[in-house]
Design a protein around this ligand. Structure first.
Ligand code: C5P
Length: 261
């Protein structure tokens, strides 16, 4: 690990309420902080304010469009594991080329939309698998911001849960084992995908936090208990007055849930 990479050793000594280090490290490996900020400078400031507690970071559309691949390279060079959340959705050839280009950035996770269909998913999987450092390819099922009326509005006659399960089955048949879903569907997806499934859940809100535009939400502990592999948390940490403290609270809750599992 590079010298400046985040680890439990960077934590301030006054964290006596935190569980044993190795448990904390396990919790750190389950939390992905969404860097939903407009510029590279804002992203790096936010990373500094997390005080080395969050090795996993998510770079999404806003930051990637503004700052480009160089922000990913900078964060990787600082020892972070990067989830590049571009939610690719295009014809198979275009998505495969984009996946190939993205893998050259040494990201650990990359998203495509499951709704792109079996041929697109298979092309994306092959492109990812062919790279020197294959990322975990995640298929986004139904956005966590969509409730029943949103799903109906785009012409889907099923419930969000049924649509998530249909897309996951299709993804599994296309050789994908990683999925993004809401915490409310994660138990069903764990059953479908089995222990090898990599299930990533946004829509995480610690008790009392503002839901914002998210509809299908759960607390960190609930999501883990339902079978999530990784939790994506954005605003409850990034817009907190003290992001490091907010992250620490979520890590505490994750650690507590891991003990109970
Ligand atoms: O701020 P908040 O915790 O709601 O951030 C959630 C993050 O997860 C955002 O970056 C959003 O783009 C992402 N996401 C999501 N729902 C999905 C896939 C990704 O909310 N299905």
């Amino acid at each position: 690990m590079p010298e400046n990479s985040p680890s439990a050793d960077n934590l301030p000594v006054h964290d006596s309420h935190l569980p044993h280090k190795s448990l904390l490290e396990q919790a750190q490996q389950r939390l992905i902080v969404a860097l939903d900020v407009p510029t590279a400078a804002a992203a790096l400031t936010l990373v500094d304010r997390l005080e080395g507690q969050c090795p996993w970071l998510k770079v999404g559309l806003e930051l990637f469009i503004s700052a480009g691949p160089s922000i990913v390279e900078t964060l990787v060079s600082r020892g972070h594991s990067i989830f590049l959340d571009l939610k690719l959705h295009d014809i198979p050839n275009t998505v495969a080329s984009a996946v190939r280009t993205a893998t050259s950035l040494n990201v650990r996770m990359l998203t495509v939309h499951a709704a792109g269909g079996p041929a697109m998913l298979a092309a994306a999987r092959e492109a990812a698998a062919g790279s020197a450092m294959p990322p975990e390819l995640l298929a986004v099922t139904v956005l966590t911001s969509m409730n029943q009326s949103e799903v109906t509005a785009v012409g889907v006659a099923r419930s969000p849960q049924q649509q998530v399960e249909l897309l996951a089955r299709m993804g599994l048949e296309s050789g994908i084992r990683g999925f993004v879903c809401s915490p409310q569907e994660v138990a069903a997806l764990r059953t479908l995908a089995g222990p090898a499934g990599v299930l990533v859940t946004p829509g995480i809100r610690p008790a009392g936090a503002d839901a914002g535009d998210q509809q299908r939400i759960a607390t960190p502990a609930q999501a883990l208990q339902q079978g999530a592999s990784y939790l994506v948390v954005g605003r409850p940490i990034t817009q907190a007055a003290h992001p490091a403290q907010a992250a620490r609270n979520v890590l505490d809750e994750i650690a507590g849930a891991l003990v109970q599992k």
